[in-house]
Design a protein around this ligand. Structure first.
Ligand SMILES: *Cc1c(COP(=O)(O)O)cnc(C)c1O
Length: 398
């Protein structure tokens, strides 16, 4: 992460193809497009790479989550279980379709704790949404078991972990639906873009129609198409898809660079006895987009984060104090500050999070530091970084 570090000739060539036709729209204009269907091609490439029957491209990862929920018929009054540690897109997408976000603790995997998930299930629960934060995954085997037992949909947010696997399956393909983001800082980037993947034909058809104003995409031309149901515009443009197409072909190359760089840093930090690493559930293989480690407590983590920054080690994050990623700073959600009135169910059902006890999440996230693994580092840069990080952490822990 991020893929823009290695933009090159392939990306330029794909974009040029589109500009040469002048058709920036993914549908229609058949006569003008000179055989160029970048979005369709990228969907096929994703289906192949992610080993699923269907992929639907959309305009962002946030819209992918919204479209995935809508395609499964989720709406007003339905509850969606999501983690306290994620990105704001999780609850934004849930609220966008009128459903109710239910926050649940994370554990040492830094994603949904299955026991806490089971405790949060009510008659209104419809979806469990694990978010595979910072390159590693939730325990999907246990979550799938819980979902099957309670007849719930398992929707994986794999936006930060593209290329990771669980029990040999690509992340995103294990549940009923999976979502990716190709925004400007993700491992595969096309500026703005996202995708929903699924093996369920009905979900794919729904996602295809819903993301394009409800167009059914059958008929001679767009004007003749009918609308089986209400939709919205969550389309991706051909220009963005073109960049994504060049990037997806390089995913395996990016993953091997991430893994190599990650390994050097991890081996260096592993020599410090007080530093421990995030738990990867059995059967999982990370995407190695981040190296996530624990300090002994909140205080040492805060000091370590400060010292790393001061020492010039960039791109290391302390999520506990972060506005986007951790529930403690989601005042706009907990106070339901909305421009427009939300569905009544949201006011009735949203829990009062000022009274919630998320001390288990605080215990883990308060001690966590996550360092982004970059693609563009030279071998020397990685080695120097490893040395600098260990020196700084040893000093802090003295
Ligand atoms: C980036 C991200 C999203 C949203 O993606 P956008 O393309 O930026 O809308 C959703 N979930 C997670 C975990 C993300 O990191």
């Amino acid at each position: 992460m991020p893929g823009f570090e290695l933009f090159g000739e392939q990306e330029k060539k794909q974009v040029q193809d589109v500009l040469d036709t002048g058709v920036l729209m993914r549908y229609g204009f058949d006569g003008m497009r000179n055989g160029q269907w970048k979005a369709l091609e990228l969907e096929k490439a994703l289906e192949e790479r992610m080993e699923v029957k269907h992929a639907q491209l959309v305009s962002s990862g946030t819209s992918a989550l919204t479209v995935a929920l809508a395609s499964a018929g989720i709406g007003a009054g339905d509850e969606v279980i999501m983690p306290t540690f994620t990105f704001v897109a999780s609850f934004e997408s849930i609220l966008a379709i009128g459903a109710v976000p239910v926050l649940v603790d994370v554990d040492d995997t830094l994603t949904l704790n299955p026991e806490a998930v089971e405790k949060a299930i009510t008659k209104k629960t419809k979806v469990v949404m694990p978010v595979h934060m910072c390159g590693s995954m939730a325990d999907l085997r246990v979550l799938k078991f819980i979902c099957d037992k309670h007849d719930l949909i398992l929707l994986e947010d794999a936006c930060q972990a593209i290329g990771g696997t669980f029990e040999g399956k690509p992340l995103g393909s294990y549940g009923d639906l999976g979502c990716f983001s190709f925004d400007y800082v993700k491992t595969i980037t096309c500026g703005e873009g996202g995708a929903v993947i699924t093996n369920n034909e009905k979900y794919k058809t729904n996602a295809d129609h819903y993301s394009d104003h409800g167009h059914n995409h059958v008929g001679k031309d767009r004007g003749a198409e009918t609308h089986p149901f209400l939709g919205y515009n969550y389309r991706i443009s051909e220009l963005n898809a073109a960049v994504g197409l060049a990037q997806i072909k390089r995913l395996n190359e990016f993953l091997s660079i991430q893994k190599k760089n990650y390994k050097v840093l991890r081996e260096a930090l592993a020599t410090i006895p007080e530093v421990t690493f995030r738990k990867v559930p059995e059967g999982g293989e990370e995407s190695y987009a981040f190296l996530n480690f624990f300090l002994p407590d909140e205080n040492s983590a805060k000091r370590a984060h400060q010292a790393l920054g001061n020492g010039g080690v960039d791109a290391c994050f302390y999520w506990y104090d972060n506005n986007w990623h951790y529930y403690r700073k989601w005042e706009h959600l907990t106070n339901l500050k909305s421009l427009a009135k939300l569905p009544q169910e949201v006011y009735n059902q949203l829990l009062d999070y000022s009274k919630s006890d998320f001390s288990k999440s605080d215990h883990w996230v308060g001690r966590t530091i996550s360092c982004l693994i970059k693609l563009g580092w030279s071998e020397t840069e990685v080695a120097e970084r490893a040395q600098k990080m260990t020196d700084i952490l040893r000093e802090i822990l003295k």
